[in-house]
Write a protein that binds this ligand. Structure first.
Ligand SMILES: C[S@@+](CC[C@H](N)C(=O)[O-])C[C@H]1O[C@@H](n2cnc3c(N)ncnc32)[C@H](O)[C@@H]1O
Length: 203
């Protein structure tokens, strides 16, 4: 599913990246998506890609993945405190869910402000169901999905324990409320699978 989502982000980038564009990825992790974005847009000269992450090991891995001469740089920084330059595209692929709720609105406000008119935020998030019944169904489907991907019951439980207080997904409506308060009016869901959702938000 990660692969499918990465491919979709690359296709969406066609609509927003021009030869002089700046593109950020917030929470670039090991730079896998960034490498695909750079490759996908290789024919456009002058684009600058910047990957941000607040984990040193991730920035090290992402930098190691970089090909010599590629127009990409990586920066160890916390998006909560980072000032962004004007840009045409921002990708936050399963990252916002890790930003503490008390900072999330301010971060989205900052992303909106940094975008040029006509620019876009591509936001992928794990999402909660709209009420307890749907959340219960989603949880069970997600557990079955993980089991189908080879994880044992114990591994699934341990992962869920380790993410307590760290991964805090909002519902679809919760995300839309955040995005609208930040200033986004034009928002479309471009991907949805049970508890995973991708939003295309155009300024
Ligand atoms: C699920 S991973 C992102 C995966 C990546 N976008 C990809 O497609 O391969 C989330 C990343 O967000 C980073 N992250 C979490 N909070 C952050 C923050 N406040 N500022 C910058 N990066 C953050 C984590 O270190 C982690 O590498």
């Amino acid at each position: 599913m990660y692969d499918e989502g990465h491919a979709l982000v690359c296709q969406l980038s066609d609509f927003f990246l021009r030869s002089d564009s700046l593109c950020y990825e917030i929470g670039t992790s090991t730079g896998e998506l960034m490498a695909r974005l750079v490759d996908h847009n290789r024919h456009k000269t002058g684009i600058q890609f910047v990957g941000l992450d607040n984990e040193p090991a991730m920035i090290e891995a992402a930098t190691g993945r970089q090909r010599p001469g590629d127009p990409v740089s990586f920066e160890l920084t916390d998006i909560v405190f980072k000032e962004l330059d004007p840009c045409d595209l921002i990708v936050a692929y399963y990252t916002m869910q890790f930003i503490a709720p008390k900072f999330r609105q301010a971060v989205l406000n900052k992303l909106y402000e940094a975008l040029e008119w006509g620019g876009a935020l591509i936001l992928f998030e794990k999402v909660r169901g709209p009420d307890a019944r749907f959340q219960d169904i989603n949880n069970q489907l997600y557990t079955a999905f993980k089991r189908g991907n080879g994880f044992t019951g114990e591994e699934i439980l341990n992962k869920s324990e380790s993410l307590k207080g760290i991964l805090e997904p909002f519902s679809t409506e919760g995300n839309l409320d955040l995005l609208r308060r930040a200033g986004f009016q034009d928002i479309q869901t471009v991907f949805k699978y049970v508890c995973f959702e991708g939003f295309l938000c155009i300024k």
